[in-house]
Ligand binder design. Structure first.
Ligand code: DGL
Length: 268
C-alpha cells in the first residue's frame, strides 16, 4: 500500500523542505523524523555519522511505512545517500547544495556557499562545484551557529542578531571582493527558515538559492501517487522535546513521538 512522504533531518531544517512539498502537493501525507539527539550533524565525525544516519532512517521507515524517504539534510545526503539507497527498499530523494541552479542564476560568477562545516568540505560538494560551477569563484562559509538559531526559532525564540552577524561576517567580507558575490547557496536545510533575517542582515541584495523546490519536483517524479491522510503529520524524534510542539504544529506536524533504534550501539 502507498504510504506518506517521510522527511528526515538531524533537526528542524527539514521543515523548509516540508514547506516546499506542501506548496507543490497540498494534499500529500507527510511524516517527519529527526535525529535531534545527535544534532548538529555538521560537527560530527563522518565515520560514526554514516551508520547513525542509516540506523535512524531505517527505524523511521519502519515506524511510518512511507512510499519515499526525503533526506532533507545536506550534511546527511552528501555523506550517506549511497548507503541509504543500498539499505532501504523505497526510493530515497537526497538534498545536496544547489550549486547548479546558483551557477545558472549568477551574473557575477562569484557564489557564496553557506553550509555546515561538514558540507562545505565534503568531496561530494567539490564534485558539484567541478561539474556545474567550474567557471565561478566559490566562497565557502561554514555557519553551524545558524543551525542552532533555526532550531531556537522553531522552539519560539527569535534569532539572536549578534550571533547571526558573527556567523555571516565571513560571507559579507568576501561579498565585496574584486568580483562581487551576487548569489548565495543555502546549503543547509535549516537556513531557509532564517531567510527574513538573512535578508535583513545582508549589506546588499543577494539571490539566495536553496534546494526545496527541486526536491519537491523530484518527489513527484519518483512517486506516481502521493497519498493523503495516511499517518498524516506524525513526527518522530530520537530525543524527547516539548518546546517544538507549537513550531511543528505551524508546519502541520504533531508533537514528536519517540523513535527507538534497533541497534543500541548507534547511541554513542
Ligand atoms: N539541516 C542539515 C543540513 O541540511 C544540517 C544541520 C546539522 O548540522 O545538524 O545540512
Amino acid at each position: 500500500m502507498a504510504g506518506p512522504v517521510l522527511i528526515f533531518d538531524s533537526g528542524m531544517g527539514g521543515l523548509s523542505v516540508a514547506r516546499a512539498l506542501r506548496a507543490h502537493y497540498p494534499h500529500a501525507a507527510l511524516c517527519y523524523a529527526c535525529d535531534n539527539a545527535w544534532l548538529p550533524y555538521g560537527l560530527r565525525e563522518d565515520s560514526t555519522l554514516t551508520a547513525r544516519i542509516v540506523g535512524v532512517c531505517r527505524a523511521a521507515v519502519n515506524a511510518c511505512q512511507p512510499s519515499v524517504l526525503v533526506v532533507a539534510c545536506n550534511t546527511a545526503s552528501t555523506l550517506a545517500l549511497e548507503q541509504l539507497r543500498a539499505e532501504l527498499t523505497i526510493p530515497v530523494v537526497g538534498t545536496v547544495p544547489a550549486i547548479k541552479p546558483a551557477a545558472a542564476a549568477s551574473q557575477s560568477r562569484h557564489i557564496g556557499l553557506l553550509a555546515t562545516t561538514a558540507t562545505v568540505r565534503r568531496p561530494y560538494t567539490q564534485q558539484l562545484i567541478d561539474n556545474f560551477a567550474s567557471d565561478c569563484r566559490i566562497t565557502r562559509v561554514a555557519a553551524d551557529a545558524l543551525v542552532i538559531e533555526a532550531e531556537a526559532l522553531i522552539s519560539g525564540t527569535e534569532p539572536n542578531t549578534q550571533r547571526l552577524a558573527a556567523a555571516l561576517a565571513p560571507l559579507w567580507q568576501a561579498a565585496h571582493a574584486d568580483v562581487p558575490m551576487d548569489t548565495v547557496v543555502l546549503g543547509c536545510t535549516h537556513f531557509p527558515l532564517l531567510k527574513p533575517w538573512l535578508d535583513a542582515a545582508a549589506p546588499a541584495p543577494l539571490i539566495w538559492v536553496d534546494s526545496g523546490d527541486a526536491i519537491a519536483r523530484r518527489v513527484g517524479q519518483v512517486v506516481s501517487t502521493l497519498v493523503s491522510n495516511r499517518h498524516e503529520g506524525r513526527c518522530f524524534a530520537t530525543a524527547p522535546v516539548t518546546s517544538l510542539k507549537a513550531g511543528l504544529a505551524a508546519y502541520g506536524f504533531f508533537a514528536p513521538e519517540s523513535l527507538f533504534l534497533d541497534d543500541l550501539s548507534l547511541d554513542h
